[in-house]
Write a protein that binds this ligand. Structure first.
Ligand code: K7E
Ligand code: CUA
Length: 671
């Protein structure tokens, strides 16, 4: 071994043998100062450097002690959401959203899972759509702070959006958003959860048939910015109160909500304002001029979309909309003439747009430009007021003069993508190509005066190819600083080989001190994560562990099909067999029942237990049925019996010592 590491290994022993182990940790575990030496021995035996041993102590969370923060992570094309604890970076839960999950009985015959999944399927598209590409989770907010009620996430692939209830961490609704074919980054919640925003990525044809030749892209294709009102009681989307704003056929990308000084505004990045449509094989050979990637990067500027959603509300209330596929739409001409939509030039092909906690600075990073552009809310509002325009785009949308709205440019590094914020007026921008994070200062409105405003402070290397990043409560008006997580697309050599598809890598970074410190790596064995949000666990005040007896989780009310123990029964009405079944350790009642081919079997199963963790599963494998019935929950299954046989059913959750005995039979006699 080279001498460098040996020196630092010795430092580990020294550091641990010193006062630290005898300090805070010592007090809790009763170590004497002498046992610092023992910890030093452990670090030495495990070949840990001083920094590594320290990081281990800073991130270890013992059983029974809870992580301080939760991360809600997009699961990418796994269609799920992953929940991690911070600082441990332990996986706490996977919430199935767009993709079935057998463990949680989501999508295998129960009405809850099937209704949610089917509700998000445009029947013309397919009635078997069972995946999505989750990208951007958005927690509900009150006065600009996370309030721990609901979580929303978009489906990049299908232009859908889902709602997860943070009382039971279950998906309650999937909405196939009208007029959207795809949706990338435009998912955010406004500061009082007035709206959940989702915009289109690729524009779609607005012709009657839904078809238009690509040669008519400019004329017949449009994008849409969607403002979905939510029911404040149950978090569900309310289309009656929702509206869309028609946009030019650019590719609308990331978006963020204005807050505090910029409250009432929404910001959306765009690229491909060139309106390139591809076609690189036309003429039988690859034609670079037709390549989407080169044609879509030929303009020097793309357009930051600035949307005044409060003005839009007024126009909608005055009836300035057309109905399109059941949605009220503000036409592009109206959005332009009524001052709802303005553009500002932005460095070409930007990715992230992020509003700082005070709402004063809008940070835009252009993937192909080393500079971060900072727009000021004050300047934007003044320029709109003064109609300080640099002409219009090809659709009549006024373009604000760049010089008027740009506050600063900060050279950050190669491939800047997304920006997050701490509580000290610093911004952190991921640099995909540099595979680093740039820490830089914001301006006077964030507490950095003349001398040190808009300056690059340092670059933090990450491993490797960072996409998003998140700071604790980083999208709120009160970020905590403290922790930052880098979401790295590649892990290369950080973990032992597990075949050809590598895990991605979350890296936890301590940003509380002057200089950020890398604490730990965590392989992400599901994916791919795009964006995450980090919330203080104590804000999740609504979480329950047991349902009230007989609850239907879709309504939060007592199910009409709920029973108490002793009320189990089978009712027959012609070909309909209705079974009111209870589940409790360690039996189903009834555990056998007789049916015949052609019967419609309606199973209502109540878990009559109230003990936390006493979940039962229920599977009829022969009929592809799998349910999870949590304490107090009622699950409904409708099954048309089309095959004769005597089929075993069983509890899939190891619930008790006699779990294996928790089984039964369904007799399906030939008709
Ligand atoms: Cu992967 Cu926000 Cu969908 Cu950037 S996005 S990385
Ligand atoms: Cu119930 Cu196993």
């Amino acid at each position: 071994m080279a001498s460098g590491p040996q020196v630092s290994r010795r430092t580990a022993l020294g550091w641990l043998a010193g006062g630290v182990a005898a300090g805070a940790a010592g007090a809790r575990f009763g170590f004497s100062s002498g046992s610092g030496g023992e910890l030093g021995d452990v670090a030495g035996a495990r070949n840990l450097t001083g920094d590594e041993a320290r990081a281990a102590l800073e991130t270890f969370v013992p059983g029974g002690v809870y992580d301080e923060y939760f991360i809600f992570s997009s699961g990418g094309h796994s269609g799920q959401i992953m929940v991690y604890g911070v600082p441990s970076l332990r996986l706490l839960k996977v919430i199935p959203v767009f993709t079935p999950d057998a463990w949680q009985g989501y999508g295998f015959g129960t009405d809850q899972g099937n209704l949610v999944l089917d509700g998000g399927v445009d029947s013309a598209k397919s009635n078997t759509l069972r995946w999505g590409d989750t990208h951007h989770p958005a927690l509900s907010e009150t006065e600009g702070d996370y309030d721990g009620r609901f979580l929303y996430i978009n489906d990049r692939a299908n232009g859908r959006i889902a709602m997860v209830d943070l009382r039971d961490f279950k998906t309650k609704q999937i909405l196939d958003v009208p007029n959207l074919q795809t949706s990338h980054g435009g998912c955010f919640v406004t500061p009082n959860s007035e709206y959940v925003h989702i915009s289109s990525m690729t524009p779609c044809p607005v012709t009657e048939s839904g078809y238009a030749p690509l040669s008519r892209y400019k004329e017949d294709f449009r994008g849409f910015s969607t403002w979905l009102a939510i029911d404040q009681e149950d978090g569900r989307f309310d289309l009656e109160r929702s509206f869309q704003i028609e946009l030019p056929p650019y590719t609308q990308d990331l978006a963020d909500a204005g807050k505090l000084t910029s409250f009432g505004l929404g910001f959306i990045n765009s690229y491909n304002t060139e309106m390139a449509t591809g076609g690189n094989l036309h003429g039988g050979h690859a034609d670079p001029s037709k390549s989407l990637e080169s044609a879509a990067t030929s303009n020097d500027y793309d357009f930051l979309h600035i949307i005044d959603w409060q003005r839009a509300e007024e126009v909608v209330a005055e009836g300035g909309t057309r109905i399109r596929n059941g949605m009220r739409v503000v036409p592009l001409e109206t959005a332009t003439s009524e001052g709802i939509l303005h553009f500002a030039p932005e460095p070409r092909n930007p990715h992230g747009v992020d509003v700082n906690p005070t709402g004063d600075y809008i940070c835009v990073a252009g993937k192909l430009d080393p500079n971060g552009n900072v727009y000021s809310t004050e300047r934007i509002r003044a320029a709109i007021e003064a109609q300080d325009y640099d002409g219009t785009d090809g659709f009549g949308v006024p373009i604000l003069r760049l010089d008027s709205v740009l506050e600063a440019q900060v050279e950050l590094g190669a491939g800047p993508l997304h920006t997050q914020f701490d509580d000290q007026g610093y911004a952190y921008t991921s640099l995909f190509l540099d595979t680093a994070i740039a820490k830089w200062s914001l301006g006077p409105k964030a507490g950095h005066g003349e001398g040190d405003a808009f300056k690059l402070v340092e670059k933090i290397p990450v491993h490797y190819n960072i996409g998003h990043l998140v700071t604790a409560e980083g999208d709120t008006v009160h970020p905590d600083g403290r922790y930052m997580v880098a979401l790295n697309k590649w892990s290369i050599d950080r973990f032992p080989p597990v075949g050809t598809l590598h895990p991605q890598n979350f890296q936890l970074i301590d940003i509380a001190g002057d200089s950020p410190r890398m604490l730990s790596d965590a392989p992400i064995g599901n994916g791919e994560p795009h964006y995450v949000q980090m919330i203080n666990r104590e804000k999740l005040t609504h979480v329950i562990q047991v349902y009230e007896p007989g609850t239907d989780p879709m309504t939060w009310k007592r199910s009409p099909f709920a029973i108490d123990a002793g009320e189990e029964r089978v009712e027959r009405d012609g070909d309909e067999v209705v079974v009111y079944m209870s589940a409790q350790r360690s039996h189903f009642t009834p555990d056998t029942f007789e049916t015949k081919v052609g019967d419609l079997l309606r199973l209502h199963i109540t878990n009559v237990e109230q003990t936390p963790d006493a979940t039962h599963g229920f599977a009829i494998p022969a009929y592809n049925i799998e349910a999870s019935i949590d304490p107090g929950e009622v699950v409904n299954i409708d099954l048309t019996l089309d095959r004769a046989g005597t089929f075993a059913m069983y509890c899939t959750e190891f619930c008790s010592a006699l779990h294996l005995e928790m089984q039964g039979w369904i007799e399906v006699a030939p008709s």
